[in-house]
Design a protein around this ligand. Structure first.
Ligand code: ADP
Length: 429
């Protein structure tokens, strides 16, 4: 193909116009000759323009018409553009179909919807699990199909960092976990998973732990009673004394383990919305302070409580007590002699702030993420020596989850630790 330039076009025009002008001069009608040529030139352009128009709007052919000169160039340009666009379309269609195939292969229901709730696409499992009809439901508002009020407020709040558990809209025996993720521009991806078996297993485990701990409590109390009697009647035999002391230590440890397990089960099972009681946090912290001072006396710890007496919250007292006391008693347990512990309870812009700072040994960074797992201990033998069960921070985590907040842990080895949380403003009384 010849390259298009203004110079060439001008040159070819000159090749026609100059001879016609000379001819016009010769016959003495320059103006008429030039006018006729210009008219013919316009007709020539019009002919190719109508050819293009016909191809664009009437003809079904994909092959472009033949053109000449500047029109040949324009037609070829259009042909290139068309090829480029169809390649791009094919690529895009490939990407979309790969995404859909991937989404179909997932073991979860997947729904893509716009920020305003309009459904864009759903996979086959969404039709089974949620009762969607495809393609009939395309463009429907998602909350017209999943009408549960909790789901509607979950969408409105846009707090998608936590999943939402709901009964299946088509089978009330099934429990589904809904997760929404912002996706592409102004789109949302909803992933729904059947968690019925998982939740049932979790509930059985919790029930089992609660029942076993409850059942263990009575024999342990009986054992403790007999150990006390044995202690009183010991015959000054060092062997016997040592054995009874060991018995006493181990039963006390088992008792506190059983107590902690029961507290954890209770907190796990507590309903999230049961918040009607106003807690006098200042009075609660005064009690904890007295217990802390008594516990820390042996180690000569300096314990300071800095409490805002007017700052009260609504909630469940048992859960708040468990969270606060576990953090304070841990600080006492893991701070060496003559150390100091500071406890703060104050109002901050985000809510009510609780913090326990100690000058203990601190915790290495790799352990921090695991501390709230059940039975996780940094140093098992040390924790056992200090009477730890490995459940304290797990209890704290569960208690705080009922207040929609979480535990923050900052610690450096050899420099002490800081455990804190913020109860959101909504819970302040
Ligand atoms: P435990 O009953 O063993 O104390 P926790 O769940 O309360 O169990 O704590 C888990 C682990 O976290 C503990 O074994 C201990 O190693 C570490 N830990 C907790 N609090 C502190 C603290 N204030 N300073 C240092 N280590 C701590």
């Amino acid at each position: 193909m010849k390259e298009f330039t203004w110079k060439k076009t001008f040159g070819s025009c000159c090749l026609v116009y100059v001879p016609v002008m000379i001819l016009g001069l010769l016959i003495g009608h320059v103006f008429v000759a030039l006018s006729c040529l210009m008219f013919a030139h316009i007709l020539w352009h019009y002919f190719y323009l109508s050819k293009l128009n016909n191809w664009l709007w009437v003809s079904k052919s994909t092959i472009l018409p033949l053109g000449q000169s500047v029109w040949e160039h324009a037609y070829i340009g259009l042909d290139h553009m068309q090829t480029r666009n169809s390649k791009r379309r094919r690529k895009l269609a490939g990407v979309i179909s790969r995404f859909r195939e991937g989404a179909e292969a997932l073991p979860d229901a997947v729904v893509v919807f716009k920020k305003n709730g309009e459904i864009v696409w759903c996979n086959r499992l969404a039709q089974f699990q949620l009762g969607f009809k495809w393609p009939e439901d395309a463009g429907e508002h998602i909350s017209n199909l999943i009408r549960h009020p909790d789901f509607v407020s979950y969408l409105q709040k846009e707090a998608f960092n936590e999943p939402l558990d709901l009964q299946s809209p088509i089978n009330s025996d099934k429990l589904l976990e809904f997760r929404v993720m912002p996706y592409a521009k102004n789109q949302r991806l909803l992933i729904v998973r059947d968690v019925t078996t998982y939740r049932q297993m979790d509930e059985s485990r919790r029930q089992f732990v609660a029942n076993v701990s409850h059942e263990l409590r009575t024999p342990l109390t009986v054992l403790q009673g007999y150990i006390e009697i044995l202690e009183m009647n010991t015959q000054q035999d060092p062997m016997q004394e040592k054995a009874i002391e060991m018995l006493e230590q181990q039963t006390t440890r088992m008792c506190s383990l059983v107590e902690q397990l029961m507290t954890l089960s209770k907190i796990e099972a507590a309903p999230t919305l049961d918040f009607y009681e106003t807690i006098d946090v200042s009075a609660l912290l005064t009690q904890i302070e007295h217990e802390a001072i008594a516990l820390g006396r042996k180690k000569e710890l300096v314990i300071k409580f800095n409490v805002d007496p007017s700052l009260a919250i609504v909630g469940d007292e048992l859960q708040l007590r468990s969270a606060m006391s576990n953090l304070v008693f841990n600080a006492i347990r893991y701070t060496p002699d003559l150390g100091s512990i500071k406890v703060i309870w104050k109002k901050v812009p985000e809510g009510a702030y609780f913090c326990v700072m100690d000058t203990g040994d601190g915790i290495a960074e790799e352990h921090i993420l695991h501390l709230t797992e059940r039975f996780y201990r940094v140093d098992e033998s040390r924790s056992r020596d200090t009477g730890g069960t490995g459940l304290g921070l797990s209890i704290v985590k569960h208690s705080l989850s009922h207040y929609d907040t979480q535990l923050n842990i900052e610690s450096n080895l050899g420099e002490g630790s800081q455990f804190s949380f913020i109860i959101p403003k909504t819970y302040i009384d």
